[in-house]
Design a protein around this ligand. Structure first.
Ligand SMILES: Cc1cc2nc3c(=O)[nH]c(=O)nc-3n(C[C@H](O)[C@H](O)[C@H](O)COP(=O)(O)OP(=O)(O)OC[C@H]3O[C@@H](n4cnc5c(N)ncnc54)[C@H](O)[C@@H]3O)c2cc1C
Length: 553
């Protein structure tokens, strides 16, 4: 048997399912396979990821996925920290949110990975994209010799153990940390495992801890590291603690559920803890690894999610980072497969996501050791406890954790060299005032500046029609006019670019850092990153045309 598809997606965890949905809603055909059927009624509950940060929530909102997840998840803004005696050290707005500004998402959403997977799978199915299970990938090859665009061939074993051949134009590996695709493609996975072990469990509990459902709670335990207590969906709580060397020697990786619950009770002392229902628990070793490249040599195979990078759950970033990968990859892939974007737009995906992941891994190396109740080498001589050091360290990385400041280096897509200087940096996320759904087309925003200052707009009024023509097939064109009036063209004295909107309180101009006496033309990537800026002039519009000619097929 053989099958043919635009994109073969290996792995239907959260990242594979999200990629399936993103491509399917653009009309791209996908074949998504997984070796396990996670929808089976006897499939065990998996906890794993349970915290979504603001930047991830922005992506999910732009993909019409946020509203349903927010119905299920715990919307968290608060935090409280307890000393080992049980006395409260600090309480208030979650310190994880201190770095959040100019986003409507001023909270974290605590919803377990299983429910995210269900939501992504359902959304993909509505676009006709279903997951084939059980299907275990065991061979991949790329051939430049094929006469058509189906350069990737692969084989998977179906439920009966029969081999099924697949031909695809591209392959996305979302098959987790032990990725078969990554190994078969020969992409090195560099990094290290530490000697520290963490326990994570999801349960419905009773406790005498004050404010157990504030969002996050932390306890400085003298025996079990920095205790994590997180209110999650369905009235459950995520509890996390470290196993010191003696405890790990006692239990090992085969720790029983009873032992895990017993140690949790010791970990949260002096508070009492009773288990009503244990949904899931795991013991795991902390490790940080990153693929040498997020693509193979042919650039037909791309890695996303845990297949590309793994880190500890201490910073709760695995699924968040994977969602960033999928979002960054799929707008490019959809454009290339629809024939509107040139395949070279795929070339910067790996560098962009690798850089963001490397920053995360550097942070995770310190956080994960401190969370497990130990001191990393560079802090070994400090007289402070691991918990105190953790609080200090976190203060410097709150903003990064939210995902909002993640930014990308200049490239032909993030064209800093030819851009007009405004108050925002190329390669950075644009603020929330005017974001647009990730999709195929790139928003091009013409901020007119103040129409009451004639010199700014006079240049456009005097332009020949061909000089002011910037519309291209891959662009959504908008005009943003400060103030409020009756008719756009009358106010401006020229025909608006695409649809126009009033910037009633001049807020958009202000937040985008555009002088009202200047105006500017901005190109935003489908994932909300500022890619290019130009002046409102003949030369500026020429630059916009040149910029798009680099991107288009
Ligand atoms: C204890 C714990 C807590 C965590 N907490 C958080 C958190 O709070 N926030 C956060 O963002 N992240 C967290 N993470 C990380 C998060 O779970 C992962 O980053 C996330 O699951 C990665 O998703 P993925 O789709 O890339 O991979 P996975 O979820 O691992 O999915 C891979 C899929 O590929 C399938 N597969 C594998 N091999 C094959 C094959 N050969 N053929 C076909 N299918 C195959 C598997 O069956 C699986 O369904 C946590 C992880 C752990 C372990």
């Amino acid at each position: 048997m053989s099958r043919e598809t635009d994109v073969l997606i290996v792995g239907a965890g959260p990242i594979g399912l999200l990629a399936t949905y993103m491509l399917a809603r653009q009309g791209i055909t996908t074949l998504t396979i997984d070796k396990e059927d996670k929808t089976a009624s006897d499939y065990p509950m998996t906890g794993r990821a349970c915290c979504l940060y603001p930047r991830t929530l922005e992506f999910l909102d732009q993909l019409d996925l946020y509203d349903d997840l927010a119905q299920t998840g715990f919307i968290s803004r608060g935090t409280v920290t307890y000393e080992k005696t049980g006395s409260r050290i600090a309480t208030g707005i979650s310190t994880l949110l201190h770095g959040v500004k100019d986003s409507y998402f001023d909270h974290t959403l605590h919803v377990r990975q299983k429910y995210c997977e269900d939501a992504f799978r359902d959304a993909a199915a509505k676009h006709g994209a279903k997951v084939t299970v059980p299907a275990t990938l065991n061979r991949i090859a790329v051939s430049e010799e094929t006469p058509d665009d189906y350069k990737v061939s692969a084989t998977y074993l179906d439920a009966a153990g029969d081999s099924v051949e697949v031909r695809a134009k591209y392959l996305i590996a979302c098959d987790g940390g032990k990725s078969a695709v990554r190994k078969l493609a020969g992409i090195p996975f560099e990094g290290e495992s530490s000697v520290h072990h963490l326990v994570r469990m999801d349960a419905v509990v009773e406790t005498d801890m004050p404010e157990p459902r504030l969002g996050f709670a932390f306890i400085h335990s003298p025996t079990h590291g920095h205790i994590l207590w997180t209110a999650i969906d369905h009235g459950a709580t995520r509890i996390g603690y470290g196993l010191n060397a003696a405890l790990f020697q006692k239990y090992g990786l085969e720790m029983s559920a009873e032992d895990a619950m017993y140690e949790a009770k010791q970990a949260v002392l002096p508070f009492k803890l009773e288990f009503k229902q244990l949904d899931w628990f795991t013991v795991y070793v902390i490790q940080q690894r990153i693929a040498e490249k997020f693509h193979d040599h042919s650039r037909r195979i791309y890695l996303a999610g845990d297949a590309a990078h793994t880190h500890s759950s201490a910073a709760a970033q695995g699924m968040n980072t994977g969602i960033h990968d999928a979002t960054n990859l799929c707008w490019r892939l959809a454009g290339v497969l629809k024939g509107t974007l040139h395949p070279r737009v795929l070339s910067t995906y790996s560098d962009e996501q690798r850089k963001a992941t490397q920053e995360l891994i550097a942070i995770d190396k310190t956080i994960s050791v401190l969370v497990s109740g130990h001191k990393p080498e560079h802090l070994a001589s400090s007289p402070k406890s691991p918990s105190e050091l953790l609080q200090e360290f976190l203060k410097g990385v709150y903003a990064f954790n939210s995902g909002l400041p993640i930014n990308y280096e200049p490239s032909f897509i993030n064209d800093k060299a030819n851009s007009l200087a405004i108050g925002l940096d190329i390669g950075h996320r644009v603020p929330d005032t005017l974001l647009h759904k990730p999709g195929l087309r790139l928003p091009c925003l013409v901020f007119t500046g103040d129409p009451a200052r004639p010199p700014i707009l006079e240049a456009i009024r005097q332009m020949k029609p061909q000089d002011r023509l910037i519309q291209t097939p891959v662009m959504d064109l908008f005009t943003i006019v400060p103030g409020v009036g009756f008719q756009f063209d009358e106010t401006l004295g020229f025909e608006r670019f695409g649809n126009a909107y009033w910037d009633t309180e001049w807020k958009a101009h202000l937040e985008f850092g555009i002088g009202v006496a200047q105006g500017a033309c901005l190109v935003v990537r489908p994932d909300g990153i500022l890619a290019f800026t130009a002046a409102l002039s003949v030369e500026g519009f020429e630059n916009v045309r040149r910029y798009f000619s680099e991107l288009e097929a």
